[in-house]
Design a protein around this ligand. Structure first.
Ligand SMILES: [Fe+2]
Ligand SMILES: [Fe+2]
Length: 200
């Protein structure tokens, strides 16, 4: 009886190019890591390897924060003022968006504080600093149209911020990417609503 063939370890295809492993020598040694962590501990989560311009990032985040608050206010205004045949369905969207924009604002404010900044919630300058506008809309359809425009503004500004920050501050980038994904959902929902709009 012949022996069963030995199972050999799977071999890479002959012409496969090997991905070189990162060189361990390029990583910081433990003693230096420990010593660096002890310097400037008042900076909290921001260490010497933080690669972005912190003040510029805080400024951008504060502009985005103003935008989110203006969107919260506009959505609540639309929620309370919505009337007409489609009002019930659209009201639910307005309310959900208002709550989600508030959640975005919270994420931004928390990151600003983590970076050593202060969230600017001064109502006197909120609309001037916001990218999106506070448009009340003359009827339900107009409200949806204005909200779609505001979402499109938010999408472009978040995309620009993400490109500016790049990989120099991956935590902020990840936060902005998650917000951007939800702004795109918001815009998509309003775009569908307008496409299927019946009546005035
Ligand atoms: Fe938002
Ligand atoms: Fe949104």
């Amino acid at each position: 009886m012949s022996k069963p063939a030995k199972k050999s370890a799977p071999q890479p295809p002959r012409n496969a190019t090997k991905v070189p492993a990162p060189k361990v020598g390029l990583l910081t040694d433990t003693a230096t890591l420990r010593a660096n962590a002890r310097k400037n501990i008042e900076d909290g989560a921001i260490t010497s390897t933080y690669g972005a311009d912190k003040e510029a990032v805080i400024r951008l985040l504060n502009d985005a924060l103003a935008t989110e608050y203006v969107c919260v206010l506009r959505y609540y205004r639309h929620y309370f003022m919505a009337s007409g045949m489609l009002a019930d369905a659209v009201k639910a969207e307005f309310l959900e968006h208002a709550q989600q924009e508030q959640a975005h604002a919270n994420l931004l404010a928390e990151r600003i504080v983590q970076l050593g900044g202060e969230p600017d919630l001064n109502p006197d300058t909120l609309t001037a600093r916001s990218h999106a506008e506070y448009k009340v809309g003359k009827d339900l359809r107009d409200m949806v149209k204005e909200d779609l425009i505001a979402e499109r503004i938010a999408i472009d500004s978040y995309r620009e911020m993400i490109n500016y920050i790049g990989d120099r501050d991956t935590t902020t980038k990840r936060i902005l990417e998650s917000i951007l994904a939800q702004e795109e959902e918001h815009a998509d929902e309003f775009s569908d609503l307008l496409d299927g709009w019946i009546g005035k």
